[in-house]
Every structure is written in C-alpha cells, then in structure tokens.
Design a protein around this ligand. Structure first.
Ligand SMILES: [Zn+2]
Length: 220
C-alpha cells in the first residue's frame, strides 16, 4: 500500500469475527510488537473510551503500543452487553464461550483527545483486529510512525459491519493553521502521561458472573 505523509489512511474496520485475523492478531500481540498486559485484576472502574464519530477528532497517541488487549463477548440483552472473556484467565474456561458466543479481539491505546479551547484529556482508543493491523503498519512506517510522533485526525464512516475508520497523520506545525489547535506542551504531556490507563482499569468478570449471564442467554 502506498504511504504518503499527508494522505488519508482508509482503514477498514468491519469488526467481524474472523478467525484468521484474530489468530494473526494474537500472534502479533504475543509475538513482541509490544508487551500487552495480561488482564488479571478486577478493578471496578472503566476507562473513558474515545467515541469515534463522523465528526473529525484530533488525537495524539501517548504510547506507540496498546496498553491492553482482550477478548470480548457481545450479548444482545438488557443492560450491559459486552463482557471480557475469561478463557485465558480461568482454568474452568469461559461459560459464555461454551454457549457458542465467539468473543472478538479488542485492543486499547492511550490517546490524548484535543479540543479547541479545552485541555487535552486521556481517552482509551479501543479498536478491533483489522484496525490494529493498520495501526501496527502505521507505527512501523517511517512516514507515519512511530504512532506518538504525529497528531492524528480520526473519524468514522458507515455503521455496523460497514464501519470504516479514517486516520490521517497531522504534523504538529499544521495543527494551528488547519485545526485551530495548539501543540501539547511538555508540561501538559507530563500530566497526561500520569493519567494514562493500564490494564488494571478493565473490569474482568468472575466465573460466577459469566455463568449467570450464560444461563440467561441460553434461556432465550
Ligand atoms: Zn469467553
């Protein structure tokens, strides 16, 4: 794929369950692009997620690698619908997997979200296996990488299975003129780094909790 500093990177984000993609992503993550934290703790807090919308938002990656990767079940039900899969953490396996519900890979990056007239804030940028493959390439490509080098304009087109993410690298010097935004100063960056998420923010359900959910799902 030709890479140009200033061209829009069109990233397909179909987020469909795809075994080969999922396997390659697992290999990628375990193969050493980064040391992704294994999810072990069950913190009660959630990370504040970056809501990618059709309106362009400007972000800056705070790390060149994800802070967490996990498998996630999606269950159509009242209330909470997404649950972290515990098959890699629990000797008894995962009750939701046993119902035939296949979890999908989720990967999260620490980013700063910029806004005109406001201080940048830390968000968790959660993506699926296809987008993470693209981010990995963007991280490695000398024109766009590492991810922390530039700012990024991020937006979404389409919905559901046809969703695509658009990611465009923006040079720091173009921020003011093109986006009316100021570069993040070193002191603000230090504060943002203190607010970064780590894998302990993820709420990992217990076996009993997932067993209850799985029974509920089977009852439908
Ligand atoms: Zn599972």
């Amino acid at each position: 794929m030709p890479r140009n500093y200033e061209t829009v990177e069109l990233i397909k984000n179909t987020e469909q369950d795809n075994t080969s993609t999922e396997e390659s992503t697992r290999k990628l993550i375990r193969g050493g692009w980064q040391q992704v934290d294994v999810l072990k703790s069950a913190d009660s807090q959630f990370a504040q997620r970056l809501k990618v919308s059709e309106d362009v938002q400007i972000i800056k990656f705070l790390d060149d690698e994800p802070f967490a990767a996990w498998h996630q079940h999606w269950i159509e039900r009242e209330g909470q619908k997404s649950f972290i899969c515990i098959r890699d953490l629990e000797e008894r396996g995962c009750p939701v997997c046993e119902t035939g519900n296949r979890p999908s890979q989720r990967i999260a990056f620490n980013v700063a979200l910029l806004a005109v007239g406001a201080n940048p804030v830390v968000r968790s940028f959660e993506v699926g296996p296809r987008v993470v493959d693209q981010l990995r390439n963007l991280n490695k490509a000398p024109q766009t990488g590492p991810l922390t080098k530039h700012y990024w304009a991020v937006s979404r087109t389409g919905k559901g299975a046809t969703t695509a993410y658009n990611l465009q690298a923006i040079r720091a010097r173009d921020l003011a003129e093109e986006w009316k935004l100021e570069e993040i100063t070193d002191s603000v960056m230090d504060k943002l780094r203190e607010d970064k998420y780590d894998a302990s923010i993820m709420k990992v359900p217990t076996y009993a909790e997932l067993l209850a959910i799985a029974s509920e799902d089977l009852g439908k």
